[in-house]
Design a protein around this ligand. Structure first.
Ligand code: A3P
Length: 304
């Protein structure tokens, strides 16, 4: 409805989640045309949960034989992770056609923000692996707020942080409601632990080695003792770190092939930045809905 502002004329509820109308064609093309392969690795996130970081880590991990991690020509030094691991549904496709992912070498690395229920059927039915990265809702929200408003990447027309939080708490946010997104993948990871791995941004920040090894085992490419002794785990973490990636020329001054500025994907990369923005009332407001929705799920968010 018009009276609810600009966002409502620019956001559309499709299959229970919110999406920009201009992405609808791409989502539909993906749902109708994408054919999953058993060897596919699909990275899934709610927007602003650390997608860029996850893409870098999985790319470096899976390709460590083809691209030695300390090599001077490693693709991560010259390309933004989003150009190395494309989104299934985010590009504006010509004539409603999905890009030709069939030419990608196996295992194909792809990503999506789609909810579990809206994934292409072939993804749900095949043996491929899904890696889900979840971030606490306060930092996710603040990251989204910056992406939307301050960086003007996607001018959602929201004037204040309070107004945006109000919508977020009502579930209105791209790919939201946040809770449905997270809970559906959480449930799948419990029921199908070989298919879905559920990672948390805060745990990756706190225990990066443990989480990277977990990821490698899930993807069936565990580190050998030799690799561990040679420091491969540390090297992957270093090359993919916020400090390293955000200081590369490609990520400071270049744009993605889809047009966005690479630097928009690197802001602070920390846990707890919400404290610089949230008032006590805002914490209470978000807690209220988060506690209600996540009650009994077993998920505990780390905020510090
Ligand atoms: P902040 O806005 O809190 O800094 P996405 O990649 O899903 O769009 O998420 C972007 C968020 O991940 C941003 O959070 C960004 O700074 C952070 N990020 C990007 N690269 C990172 C990295 N290598 N390590 C940790 N966080 C990273």
């Amino acid at each position: 409805p018009k009276e609810r502002g600009w966002l409502f004329s620019h956001i559309y509820n499709y299959q229970g989640f919110w999406i920009a109308p201009r992405q609808l064609q791409a989502v539909r093309a993906c749902q109708q045309q994408f054919l999953a392969q058993d060897s596919d690795i699909i990275l899934v996130t709610f927007p602003k949960s650390g997608t860029t970081w996850l893409k870098a880590l999985v790319f470096a991990l899976v390709n460590r034989m083809n691209y030695p991690i300390s090599g001077k020509n490693h693709p991560l030094l010259f390309k933004n992770p989003h150009d190395l691991v494309p989104f299934l549904e985010l590009k504006l496709y010509v004539d409603g056609q999905l890009p030709d992912f069939s030419s990608y070498t196996s295992p194909r690395l792809l990503s999506t923000h789609l909810t579990y229920g809206s994934l292409p059927k072939s993804v749900q039915d095949s043996q491929n692996k899904l890696v889900y990265l979840c971030r606490n809702p306060r930092d996710t929200f603040i990251s989204l707020f910056h992406f939307a408003n301050i960086l003007k990447i996607e001018n959602m027309g929201i004037s204040s942080i309070e107004e945006m939080l109000d919508l977020f708490c009502k579930g209105v946010s791209f790919y939201g409601p946040f809770w449905n997104h997270v809970l559906d993948y959480w449930k799948e990871s419990m029921e199908k632990p070989k298919k879905v791995l559920f990672l948390m941004y805060e745990e990756m920040k706190e225990q990066p080695e443990i989480q990277l090894k977990r990821l490698a085992e899930f993807l069936e490419c565990p580190f050998s003792i030799e690799e561990e002794n040679c420091g491969v785990v540390d090297e992957i973490l270093r090359i993919c770190s916020f400090e390293n990636l955000s200081n590369l020329e490609v990520n400071k001054n270049e744009n993605l092939s889809t047009g966005e500025k690479n630097k928009a994907f690197f802001r602070r990369g920390e846990v707890g930045d919400w404290k610089n923005y949230f008032t006590t009332e805002m914490v209470e407001k978000l807690n209220h809905i988060i506690e209600q929705k996540f009650q009994g799920s077993g998920i505990r968010f780390l905020y510090i």
